[in-house]
Design a protein around this ligand. Structure first.
Ligand SMILES: NC(=O)C1=CN([C@@H]2O[C@H](COP(=O)(O)OP(=O)(O)OC[C@H]3O[C@@H](n4cnc5c(N)ncnc54)[C@H](OP(=O)(O)O)[C@@H]3O)[C@@H](O)[C@H]2O)C=CC1
Ligand SMILES: O=C([O-])CC(=O)C(=O)O
Length: 254
């Protein structure tokens, strides 16, 4: 599997190291990286031109950049018939973008993979929603205060209460989880979100509560942060790696 990577920040560097150096996925190799500024790397093609990147010898493209980048480049990836893995799932709050991705992937038979990222429980939410057995979904994200606000605080503070549609506009680097949860379940308007800044914690915590005809679920996950970007949970990078690993599997746990 020849992989192209968009973005070489915290998650991108992790994926590059795990795939090309540690050989975690024996059949995969990252052949090319697209960056919006020039850098040189050993043994890998770095492109500043997206067209040249797209035309290089790659068949799967992994986005590890940001919402703006995937909105700009995602549709062209699908038109080129390449498969696409998206971690900045917040882009799907834009319904026109979402529709475009569905239409193009169908038209060009390109597959799109959306990793579970920094949360768990999407299997339950998706299954329950199938037969309208899901009534309410809430996610409470609690992060170290410095990841969410600039001013020092000495007690936890609820900085946002509302829905996923609004949360991702206000916190595009912290609320991607609310969008993948919305896609699996009740949509961005019905998925309730609370974001809390806490000066006393070091882990990124997400608490998902849902109920309906299926029963109820309460999930709490406490994620280690990535060293270079503590806003991002280590699990998000692991989840992306796992998605890549599973792409060509013939037997899947779903
Ligand atoms: N789905 C989920 O659960 C989660 C999703 N995320 C999302 O994953 C994404 C990556 O996270 P992370 O690695 O921590 O972020 P970083 O900010 O560490 O890295 C992003 C990288 O992308 C580069 N970049 C930005 N714009 C472009 C562009 N147009 N073309 C190419 N490269 C670009 C940046 O370069 P430069 O610095 O030069 O601008 C930077 O190197 C973010 O959108 C984040 O919000 C994070 C955690 C969980
Ligand atoms: O990494 C996390 O814990 C969640 C996050 O930043 C996001 O969803 O955007």
């Amino acid at each position: 599997m020849k992989v192209g990577l968009i973005g070489l920040g915290n998650i991108g560097k992790y994926i590059l190291r795990k795939v090309n150096i540690d050989k975690c996925i024996p059949e995969a190799h990252i052949q090319a990286v697209f960056m919006h500024r020039k850098i040189k790397m050993k043994n890998i093609d770095v492109f500043e031109s997206f067209d040249d990147f797209l035309q290089s010898d790659i068949d799967v493209i992994v986005e590890a950049a940001n919402i703006k980048a995937i909105k700009n480049y995602g549709p062209d990836v699908l038109k080129a018939g390449k498969d696409l893995v998206i971690i900045s799932v917040g882009a799907f709050v834009d319904e026109l973008f979402e529709q475009k991705i569905y239409d193009l992937s169908k038209k060009y038979r390109s597959k799109v993979y959306l990793p579970s990222g920094a949360i768990s429980g999407l299997d339950v939410i998706q299954a329950a929603n199938n037969d309208r057995q899901l009534d309410k979904v809430t996610i409470t994200t609690k992060k170290p205060a410095s990841s969410l606000i600039d001013e020092p605080i000495n007690q936890e503070r609820v900085i946002y209460r509302g829905n996923a549609k609004e949360a991702i506009q206000l916190y595009p680097k912290n609320a991607n989880v609310s969008i993948i949860l919305s896609l699996a379940g009740l949509g961005t308007e019905q998925t309730k979100v609370q974001i809390i800044a806490d000066p006393f914690i070091t882990k990124n915590q997400h608490c998902i509560e849902a109920h309906g005809g299926f029963g109820q679920i309460n999930l709490q996950i406490k994620n280690e942060p990535m060293p270079d970007n503590p806003k991002t949970s280590y699990l998000a990078a692991l989840s992306l790696l796992s998605t890549l690993k599973n792409i060509h599997k013939t037997v899947n746990i779903v």
